[in-house]
Design a binder for this molecule. Structure first.
Ligand code: PMP
Length: 430
C-alpha cells in the first residue's frame, strides 16, 4: 500500500528551521517512533486529515481535550458566538463563574476554583499554594507521572520527558530538584518510609490518581486511600493532578471513580473544550489564601478568557447527556480487549490497562503497575505498530508511554475498523 506524505515532509523541513525540532511540544515530532510527523489540516468528529489529504481515525484528540470529537457543532457555535463579541477583556465575565460552578458540582472535594491557561500552570500554582499554606518546602511526586514542565515537577517525569530519556532537564537548578522527592507509583510502603524520614518538611504529595504519562497505570488496591491517610497523618496536602483524568475517567474524574477526597485538584484539557485552559481548586480554607483574597500570588492575562470558558462549558453540557460515560467505557473496553486478543493471536506479549475513556496497551508480558514495569515494554515493537497503524489511517499517540483517548465521536464501526487494521499490523510484528 502506498502512503504519501510529501507535503508533511516539506512542512516539517520548513518548520525545523524556525521552530526547535519543528514542533511546539516535543512529542509531536514523532521522535520515538522513527518517522517524521504528519501535519494536520483539519478535524471533524473522530477524524483528522493531514495536509497530503490522508484521513485518520484520531485516538489522540489533542491529547485528551477533545472528548466530544473535533469541531463539534455546539462547541464551534459557542466559540463563534463569543468571538464576535471580543475574545478577552482582562476583566471578569459571568461565564467564568458559570463554568466554575459547573465544575465544582462534579468535584465536591473542591469548594473554590481558579482558572489558568494550561495544566502546567495549574500544577505549578497548586504547589505554591500547598507550600504557602503549610510553610513547608518539599514535595513528593511519583516516578513516571507528568505534571507539566515547571522546574520542580520535571524530575523523573513521564510523557515526552520519559520517551526522550531526559527525566531531569538541564536548566532545572539542583536546589530546586533537591526539594522534589521521587516515589514509586503503587508503592505505599516506600511512601511511608519517605514520610517517616522527612514528613515534617513535606508540603504535599502530587500524583495522577490514574497515571497517564507512563502509559495508563491504574492505582492498585488501597494505594490511593493509603496516600490519603499518610498525607493527613503528616499534615501534608494531597494534590490530585486530574488534568488528564478529569471528565475522562468519569464525569467526576478519578476522585469520583475511586472515592477519594484530595485537598487540591488540578484540571485542564476537557474543561477548555480544545482551547488553552487549566484550573486548580480545592477546599475553601486553602483557596481563600490565593491572591487577592489571600497572600499567595498567582495571576494570568488570559486566564478565564470567554472563548475557552464557553468552549469548556459547551463540552461539559454534551458530556452530561445520559449514558455518555457508559458508552465511552464500553468502547474503550472493546478496543483495549480487542487489541489484547489480536496481539495474543499474533503471539505477541501484551498488557492492557483501561479505565473510563483512556487505556494503554503495552508490549510486555508483565503486569504494568509502575514506572519500572512500564519500561519493560518493547518500544521498537510499539514504533513499528504505530507506523503501520498510521499508514492504515489510525492515528495513535506516537509513544508507548501515552494513553489512547476515546471520544463520544468514535462509533462502534470505528472500533471495528481500528481492530481490523490492528489485526493486519500486529501480524507483521512477531
Ligand atoms: N498534568 C497532566 C496529568 C498532564 O497529562 C499534562 C499534559 N499532558 C499536564 C499536567 C500539563 O498540561 P499542559 O500541557 O496543558 O501544560
Amino acid at each position: 500500500m502506498s502512503f504519501v506524505d510529501e507535503k508533511s515532509r516539506q512542512a516539517f523541513a520548513r518548520a525545523q528551521v524556525v521552530i526547535p525540532g519543528g514542533v511546539n511540544s516535543p512529542v509531536r515530532a514523532f521522535k520515538s517512533v522513527g518517522r517524521d510527523p504528519v501535519f494536520i489540516d483539519r478535524g471533524q468528529g473522530a477524524h483528522i486529515w493531514d495536509i497530503d489529504g490522508n484521513q485518520y481515525l484520531d485516538f489522540v484528540g489533542s491529547w485528551g481535550p477533545l472528548i466530544v470529537g473535533h469541531a463539534h457543532p455546539d462547541v464551534v457555535a459557542a466559540i463563534k458566538r463569543v468571538a464576535e463579541r471580543g475574545t478577552s477583556y482582562g476583566a471578569p465575565t459571568e461565564v467564568e463563574t458559570v463554568l466554575a460552578e459547573e465544575v465544582l458540582k462534579a468535584y465536591p472535594s473542591m469548594e473554590m476554583i481558579r482558572m489558568v491557561n494550561s495544566g502546567t500552570e495549574a500544577t505549578m500554582s497548586a504547589l505554591r499554594l500547598a507550600r504557602g499554606v503549610t510553610g513547608r518546602a518539599k514535595i513528593v511526586k511519583f516516578e513516571g507521572c507528568y505534571h507539566g514542565h515547571a522546574d520542580q515537577l520535571l524530575i523523573k517525569a513521564g510523557s515526552g520527558a520519559l520517551t526522550f530519556g531526559v527525566p531531569t532537564s538541564p536548566g532545572v537548578p539542583a536546589q530546586t530538584a533537591a526539594t522534589t522527592i521521587s516515589a514509586q507509583f503503587n508503592d505505599l510502603e516506600g511512601l511511608r518510609e519517605i514520610f517517616k524520614r522527612e514528613g515534617e518538611e513535606i508540603a504535599c504529595v502530587i500524583l495522577e490518581p490514574v497515571a497517564g504519562n507512563m502509559g495508563v497505570v491504574l492505582p492498585e488496591g488501597e494505594f490511593l486511600q493509603g496516600v490519603r491517610r499518610l498525607t493527613e497523618e503528616y499534615g501534608a496536602l494531597l494534590i490530585f493532578d486530574e488534568v488528564m483524568t478529569g471528565f475522562r475517567v468519569s464525569y467526576g474524574g478519578a476522585q469520583a471513580h475511586y472515592g477519594i477526597d484530595p485537598d487540591l485538584t488540578c484540571l485542564g484539557k476537557v474543561i477548555g473544550g480544545g482551547l488553552p485552559v487549566g484550573a486548580y481548586g480545592g477546599k475553601r480554607q486553602y483557596m481563600a489564601q490565593i491572591s487577592p483574597s489571600g497572600p499567595i500570588y498567582q495571576a494570568g492575562t488570559l486566564s478565564g478568557n470567554p472563548l475557552a470558558m464557553n468552549a469548556g462549558l459547551a463540552t461539559l453540557k454534551l458530556l452530561q447527556q445520559p449514558g455518555t460515560y457508559q458508552n465511552l467505557q464500553a468502547k474503550t473496553t472493546r478496543l483495549a480487549e480487542g487489541l489484547k486478543q489480536l496481539a495474543q493471536e499474533a503471539g505477541l506479549p501484551i498488557w492492557t490497562n483501561a479505565v473510563g475513556a483512556m487505556f494503554s496497551a503495552f508490549f510486555t508480558n508483565i503486569p504494568v503497575k509502575d514506572y519500572a514495569s512500564a519500561c519493560t515494554s518493547d518500544v521498537e515493537r510499539f514504533a513499528k505498530f504505530f507506523r503501520g497503524m498510521l499508514e492504515r489511517g489510525i492515528y495513535l499517540a506516537p509513544s508507548q508511554f501515552e494513553a489512547v483517548f476515546l471520544s463520544m465521536a468514535h462509533t462502534d464501526s470505528d472500533i471495528d475498523q481500528t481492530l481490523e487494521q490492528a489485526r493486519i499490523v500486529l501480524k507483521t510484528l512477531s
